[in-house]
Design a protein around this ligand. Structure first.
Ligand code: PXL
Length: 276
């Protein structure tokens, strides 16, 4: 008789490669493995970058993105999806078609429009596709306030008021656009503490405040979104998952290191080196 050994929760990541391993699919792999999941991947684009900036983005053909994901989904049970940079409208369409076939798998969508340093990852057509096709399918959308504003603003072409919407109003608009939950991160706000707030159709569910750390970090958003996918894959309820993912991310930032000449990189394995 063969005994099936226990397995790890599998998280399928759709994301782009960041060769510096600060952000992107490499950051997702480190985070998910650190949190006890087995990350599997559909690579959506190859970027050329270092810790100083992005040089170029090279999308993978949509049919290849689709085959990577379909092969995995046919082979193993996936406990959560995590979506980062998709690289082209065709890739958004392909990924939206795939996740639509698995409506019961929790989906964390990190709407990466630009890197923390301002390198663009999404033109207007890509933002429109994300909004129309993926936002309505996500369990949790994880924009920072800049991304939230850009996603909402385009809807408001003749509503100059979009620029003045506060966080509650921005999140409410994103929920109206179809996101089941919005975790709006406050790293870009000019507040002494970072305040991250979770919303649903019921309004504000929780707000967590974190001491603002002094560095400039590359890949904090990828870490948070992947940590959230890990917690959901492990079966945590949404609010507990949001709390645990933030706590983990804050510690990776507190233990960040500087491998090159640019930004600091979160240490996703801080605990393995005795950090706490
Ligand atoms: O942190 C967002 C992000 C996601 N994916 C890739 C990136 C970045 C930021 O630079 O390069 C590939």
């Amino acid at each position: 008789m063969t005994v099936t050994p226990p397995t790890l929760p599998v998280v399928l990541v759709f994301a782009a490669s960041d060769p510096s391993s600060g952000a992107g699919i490499q950051a997702d792999l480190l985070t998910l493995a650190s949190l006890g999941c087995h990350p599997v991947t559909a690579l959506t684009a190859v970027t050329v970058q270092d810790t100083l900036g992005v040089e170029s983005v090279h999308p993978v053909e949509a049919a290849v993105v689709e085959r990577q994901a379909r092969a995995l989904l046919e082979d193993m049970p996936v406990a959560a999806f995590k979506i980062g940079v998709l690289g082209s409208v065709e890739n958004v369409e392909a990924v939206a078609g795939i996740v639509a076939d698995y409506p019961n798998i929790p989906l964390v969508l990190d709407p990466v429009l630009a890197s923390g340093r301002g390198d663009e990852f999404a033109d207007e057509a890509l933002r429109a596709a994300l909004k129309a096709l993926l936002l309505p399918q996500c369990t949790v959308l994880t924009p920072n306030t800049l991304e939230a504003r850009r996603l909402v603003e385009e809807d408001d072409a003749d509503d100059a008021g979009a620029a003045t919407l506060d966080s509650d109003a921005l999140a409410a608009r994103l929920v109206e656009l179809g996101a089941a939950h919005v975790l709006l991160t406050g790293t870009h706000a000019h507040t002494p503490e970072v305040i991250n707030a979770l919303y649903s159709a019921a309004g504000l569910l929780r707000a967590d405040r974190w001491p603002r750390l002094p560095g400039s970090y590359h890949g904090s958003g990828c870490t948070l979104a992947s940590a959230l996918a890990a917690c959901l894959a492990e079966g945590m309820a949404i609010e507990a998952a949001v709390q645990a993912a933030q706590e983990y991310t804050w510690h990776t930032l507190a233990h960040a290191f500087r491998p090159g000449m640019g930004q600091f990189v979160p240490d996703r394995l801080f605990w393995a080196r005795g950090g706490q």
